[in-house]
Design a binder for this molecule. Structure first.
Ligand SMILES: [Zn+2]
Length: 311
């Protein structure tokens, strides 16, 4: 019986390995003319990769590292290597929580990074845990410069792709975030008429502050804040963003109950298609600036990507 179970486990592992191989092989290399966003399946945490048509590569969060599992080392770094990337233009940590930043030490040690991007925090939130200090030291050892960004800042990737910081606000200007989640970097990524909104673990207060400022948050694709927690993705936010596709990075059977039923219902009410890493595996969005395709490692879009035209 034990041998049968082991054999079944081995066969399953082989199937997953072969699927992953096909999935990776079906990609063109970076810089081949398309914008690409890949949300990796790192369990309960976040790690995504942006590739510009001109070949820039940005990592947004590095996956969780907790107890004996470091997904930066186990998933993110191997993915970057298999894709043939030997350098990241930027490594962005939306905030210091270990389900986002934990894997970053492996990234600092394992690949060249142009700059580390962090949210510019108000003084009382700028304390660093010992783990965060260790992660920052790992980047310092590699002489990676650090840039702190807040609303009003932005990053241009070549001529075509821009990342605009919508939150946190500059310290001392208007609303002050009171939690690390709400101080997450919120980024609007634009390529032609394609828009992708990345939210870290920002919650309803940050969402309301962004809306109150009158910032344009409409986006084709929304990365749902805080893994689908009911404290994020408010009704107002859903109506303001109007995403066609909502992406949730979440661990299978996680103990937090993410994503919450309320958030899924809010998204259903505005007609967003929800894709989540625990069920659909890694998710890739590719855009030419006027339309985009969605691919998933597991069904529904594993065999044939869905093509969506941007209005
Ligand atoms: Zn998180």
């Amino acid at each position: 019986m034990r041998t049968a179970a082991k054999l079944a486990g081995f066969i399953l592992a082989m199937i997953v390995a072969v699927l992953l191989g096909f999935w990776l092989a079906s990609y063109r290399p970076a810089g081949s003319g398309a914008f690409r966003f890949t949300m990796l399946n790192v369990g309960q945490g976040d790690a995504s990769v942006i590739e510009s048509p001109e070949g820039h590569v940005i990592l947004i969060d590095a996956g969780p590292a907790m107890r004996d599992d470091d997904t930066g080392r186990r998933i993110v770094l191997p993915y970057l290597r298999r894709r043939g990337f030997n350098r990241l233009d930027y490594a962005v940590l939306t905030h210091w929580d270990l389900d986002h930043a934990g894997g970053a030490e492996a990234i600092a040690d394992g690949i060249r990074v142009g700059a580390l991007i962090l949210p510019r925090l108000p003084y009382r939130l700028s304390h660093l845990t010992t783990t965060a200090q260790r992660i920052r030291s790992a980047f310092e050892r590699q002489s990676v410069p650090v840039e702190y960004l807040s609303r009003g800042d932005g990053i241009a990737l070549g001529k075509q792709v821009t990342l605009q910081v919508l939150s946190p606000p500059p310290p001392g200007v208007g609303w002050t975030p009171t939690s690390d989640n709400d101080a997450s970097l919120v980024l609007m990524v634009r390529y032609g008429s394609f828009r992708l909104l990345l939210t870290g673990d920002a919650e309803a207060e940050a969402e309301h502050d962004i809306i109150r400022r009158g910032l344009d948050v409409r986006a084709s694709v929304l990365k749902i804040g805080h893994h689908g927690s009911k404290t994020s993705t408010s009704d107002r936010w859903c109506h303001a963003v109007q995403p066609k596709i909502a992406l949730i990075s979440v661990g299978k059977e996680n103990t937090y109950g993410h994503p919450s039923r309320q958030v899924l219902e809010r998204l259903q009410r505005i007609g967003s298609r929800v894709l989540r890493t625990d069920r659909n595996g890694a998710i890739t969005i590719e855009s030419n600036g006027t339309s985009f395709t969605v691919r998933t490692m597991l069904p529904p879009y594993n065999a044939k990507p869905a093509r969506i035209v941007i209005r």
